[in-house]
Structure formats: C-alpha cells, structure tokens
Design a protein around this ligand. Sequence first.
Ligand SMILES: [Fe+2]
Length: 366
Amino acid sequence: MKIELSNNKVFFEKEGLKKEIHPFWLRERVNEESFVDRATQQRLFDPTELKKNIEIKKLNLSENFLEICFNDGVKTKLAIQSILKEFSNINDIKFIEKIKWDSSLKNLNYFDFKENIFEEKIMYDALINFYKYGFIIFKNVPVQNNFIVNFANSIGSVRRTNFGEFFNVKSKPNPNDLAYTSLALAPHTDNPYRNPVPCIQLLHCIENKVSGGLSTLVDGYTVTEKLKKNFSDYYKILTEIKVRYQFIDKNIILEDWAEMIQLDENKKFKQVRFSPRLDFVPLMEKEKLELYYSARNKISELYNSDDYRIEFKLTPGDLLMMDNYRLLHGRTSYDANEGERFLQGCYIDYDSTEGKLKHLQRKFNL
Ligand SMILES: [Fe+2]
C-alpha cells in the first residue's frame, strides 16, 4: 500500500490497483486544532456546509506526511500512516478470523479474573479469544450476588430486557416452579424473537453442588459450514426463508422475522437462530415446506450431535461469556435433590466488547 502524487492529485495504490483519492475526502480529514477537537477527535466544522468543488492547489509528500493546500484556503498536514490505516483491515474486529471447533476442542479459553482485569492487557487477549472461539471463561470471579452486573458494566453496558437487568437460573431441592426444573436444555440461542437479538450472554456460577447440570456449547459457525459443504440445498433454504420467532407474555408480545442462518452483505456467516419451540415458518408451497422441514431436521440433528457439542462443569466463580449470534448453549439434566445450582446471567451487546477491545488496543499500542 502506498500514496502517490501526480498533477495535484493524490493516488492510493493497493495490490497493483491505483485509484485517485477524492479531494473532498482529504479535506474532511483536515486535522489542525481549529478543525478537530483534540480530546474527542470530533470535527469542529460541518462538512456538509463546505463548497462541493474542493480542489487541491498544492501538494507535498514527505516520508511521513502529506501536506495539502486546498482551493478554499485551508492547509493541512496529514500523517501517511493514518491515511493508510483507513484502507487496511488491521485492527478491524470484523477481520479477526473465527476458529471453527467441534467436540474435540480441549482449550476452554480460561482466563484468571483479578480486580483490575478490565484495564489490563489480559482482557485484550481474552476478548481476542472471544472473537476467535465465540466464548471465554473467567475463573475466580467473586461469587457475590449480582456481581455479574458489575462485570458486564466494566466491559460495556448491560443490555436490559423485559426480564430485567439480569436473570437467575436457580434450582432448589423440591422445585416449586418450572423455571427451577432440572431438565436438560437442548442447544439453543437466546431470544431470537428480539430485535436486535442480544449479542452476548454472560453466565456466572455462584453455586453448583450437583453432579450433573453440565454446561454445553455448540459452534453454530462450524455446523453452518458443514451444512454448506455437505447439504447445500438445506443451507440455501435456511439462509433464505425468514421465519417468525415469538414470545408471548401478559404484558408484551415480542416478535421478529429472520433466517435461521443469517448471512452478511458478502454472503458470509453472520448469525444463527435456533429455538425450535419458538419458530413459525411462513405458509409456502408444499414442496418448499417439505424441503424446509428436512433442512430444519438436519440442522437440528447436527446441533444436537455428539460430534459438535462440548460439555463442561461450571464451578463457583466461573463466568462464561458466549456469543449468542454464533454459539448455541444448553445444559445436561441433573438431580436437584443433590443440592443447589445457582447461576446468574445477563446480556451485553457487541458495542461493549468492540469498544473495550479498541480502547485496550489503543492503550497498549497493539
Ligand atoms: Fe438460554
């Protein structure tokens, strides 16, 4: 990548392709003190009020800087590095490569919690692993009631829902409510009926005295790629048909339409939704529905297969942080009469983890 000049024009060259940089693009980036607030990096001028026919009057390129005089009398000195950064994928979270995993995964991405971890380099490493694997587990997190909310707010902000700021997953001997049952929970993603769906779930183990009740995780990305490779017609229909997800309570009806496998604008993996008690496929021709049901059965079979699921026990002080757009989670059954099992959970969104990651990147010059 490099910058070149010719006839008062600035060119950017990348992988053999040379393109002119629009003079207005450079004018918008004028960074002298009277144009940009130093602390916030916010503009002190409104570019929509500038005249449109901005041209370059004079140019000079040195090793580290590009000096420009514009036809509206403004002069600036831009760092070449900062221009090149805008054309590179380095430091862009979208380009952290996902590592596919299945039941053979041994590394459970454990990180030791300590008091100031949120401002330390170890938190940067943890968040990078989160984006690679879709989950991380912090050990030795204080087992205080509601500590989960402090934890979440130290990364970003809790995403509050109609269930509140956090939720209790609690079992008691002789349970008196269905929420406190000890039944197995098949792999699922949370809250597919919300718009937007909560991005990340945090689950903090306060107490776990039962022998079963193992936590389970499945990499939806691995399963999706498997489906794409071996069952392309199933993959196609699950990425195309929007189904209705709904949640009905006495005070609220939550409903959203989305594909079971959602792709981004480049047709790459973006998000999976899977909660077979809450999804309603639209009425389509019988043949299409036939294909859809076969596809849903296949993906369900893969999600529930031993080949993809990891199982592990959360012990008091463990805090699991998982990507609700990529992973499915569940638990095995247990005997509630063995003792107490108490987890607390909450959600945060990607702006929290991305914001923290970029802050730590800047802080440690990474
Ligand atoms: Fe869940």
